[in-house]
Design a protein around this ligand. Structure first.
Ligand code: SDX
Length: 394
């Protein structure tokens, strides 16, 4: 009941940790943030309200939420010198490379953040990261398309502000689409935390050496970038575009089943869920609502995603391996409908996951029994042997 597990060869996972933040029942397809089902939170909360819940353990009162939103909002701008970093990146840099570099560099702007046991320092770093991630991500996008950076507008809600920084241009007023902001808000909420996944475990491991929070979040960004983790949403869209038509689905299903072929169906399978990822269901609902609002209900890529899903769910190979659509399967289609460029899919996942990374990092730092992470190994190398001088080697 302590939640601690030893090395589990069948799972390949090392000892975990105690946490009271997120609960997953992989067999039942249940995901709770501090006991609340993500379905209800995605439907009725804002992302910052959920960030508060993850960080402090309770849903905020109206007054607490007002203060929290105010405190975050007044940190949304980045130091003007930060904008110089962007000019140093090659024009076609992947925005995750930019996010990784710029967030890590924030460590240099806030030297006091290294005192991780000073509660005030910890809190201001949490506010700065929650506030600045959308700004830094949007600046990476603007830099990649040669448009001027757009400063945050404090009167806008978090998701609206991100869309504004991504899409508005100084030359004309930006028409905020509330349907887009609502869909993005739900997308950020269901990706906000997910227990001890690869990137969160990375944040905890780096944080266990008492590295500053900006370095920890930069490490989380690096891990999330991988196509088997947060990079999967971008890979799903690329895969669907490569499949192209429903006639080619059997060809890709066969590739995915071929043990000699490294190809995997992006957006399917999960280390923990052995049933439908509840987030995939929420994402599918957002997809339907968004596309019908936009009159894009017959988006060919959505139709293809539906057909592929049907084929996979009907195939014993995947059923035996309990391979179901995961959070990334429909999120790419939702973001495409929001006119978000594919390269920005994973940075948006990173913006969302920042709340979870920070909540998990804070929980670890506050744990009095917390020690430096030091996983052990199963040694498979040679036993002790004598040194062979160079002139005696074959
Ligand atoms: C995320 O951990 C988290 O919580 C992550 C995440 C989060 O919120 O943080 O939920 C976000 O990362 C979601 C996952 C996104 N990744 C993808 O969609 C990439 C495609 N999926 C796979 O690569 C895979 O399913 C993983 C990486 C997600 C999970 O890998 P596992 O659990 O280690 O599964 P496995 O590699 O042990 O596979 C078990 C079997 C194997 O076949 P056999 O050797 O038993 O014959 O299932 C097969 C695999 O070949 N398999 C797949 C497959 N996923 C597993 N075959 C085809 N296509 C796939 N997608």
């Amino acid at each position: 009941d302590t939640g601690l597990v030893a090395f589990d060869p069948s799972f390949g996972s090392t000892a975990s940790c105690r946490s009271s933040i997120t609960y997953i029942d992989g067999d039942a397809g249940v995901l709770l943030y501090r006991g609340y089902p993500i379905e209800a939170l995605a439907e009725r909360s804002t992302y910052l309200e959920v960030a508060y819940l993850l960080l402090f353990g309770e849903l905020p009162s109206a007054a607490q939420l007002r203060t929290f939103v105010h405190d975050i909002t007044y940190h949304t701008m980045v130091h003007e010198q930060i904008s110089r970093f962007y000019g140093a990146f090659p024009k076609d840099s992947h925005p995750m490379a930019v996010l990784l570099g710029v967030v890590g560099a924030l460590s240099a702007f806030y030297p006091d953040s290294t005192d991780v046991f000073d509660e005030d320092q910890r809190l201001i770093s949490v506010y700065r990261l929650l506030a600045k991630m959308p700004t830094i991500a949007a600046m990476a996008h603007k830099n990649s398309i040669g448009q001027p950076f757009v400063y945050p507008l404090n009167r806008l809600e978090y998701s609206e502000n991100f869309l504004h920084m991504m899409f508005s241009v100084p030359a004309e007023p930006y028409e905020m689409n509330p349907v887009f902001a609502k869909a993005l808000n739900a997308l950020l909420i269901i990706q906000a935390d997910h227990e001890q996944n690869a990137s969160t475990s990375t944040v905890r491991t780096v944080g266990s050496s008492r590295a500053n929070p900006f370095a920890c979040i930069a490490a989380g960004i690096a891990s999330l970038w991988g196509p088997l983790h947060g990079g999967a949403n971008e890979a799903v869209l690329t895969m669907l575009q490569e499949i192209g038509t429903r006639e080619r689905i059997p060809e890709f299903i066969a590739k995915a089943k071929d043990r000699n072929d490294p190809f995997r169906l992006m957006g399917f399978g999960h280390r923990v869920y052995r049933s439908y990822d509840p987030r995939a269901k929420v994402m599918q609902k957002i997809c339907d609502e968004l596309l019908s609002e936009l009159g894009d209900g017959d988006d060919p890529l959505l139709a293809l995603a539906r057909d592929l899903e049907k084929s996979v769910l009907a195939d014993d190979y995947f059923a035996e391996r309990k391979l179901y659509p995961n959070v990334d399967y429909y999120s790419g289609i939702v973001m495409r409908a929001l006119n978000i460029p594919t390269a920005m899919f994973t940075p948006i996942f990173a913006v969302a996951r920042t709340a979870g990374w920070l909540a998990q990092w804070t929980e670890m730092i506050q744990d009095p029994e917390q020690r430096i992470s030091r996983p052990r190994q199963l040694y498979t190398g040679p036993l002790r042997r004598d040194y062979v001088p160079l002139d005696q080697r074959p």
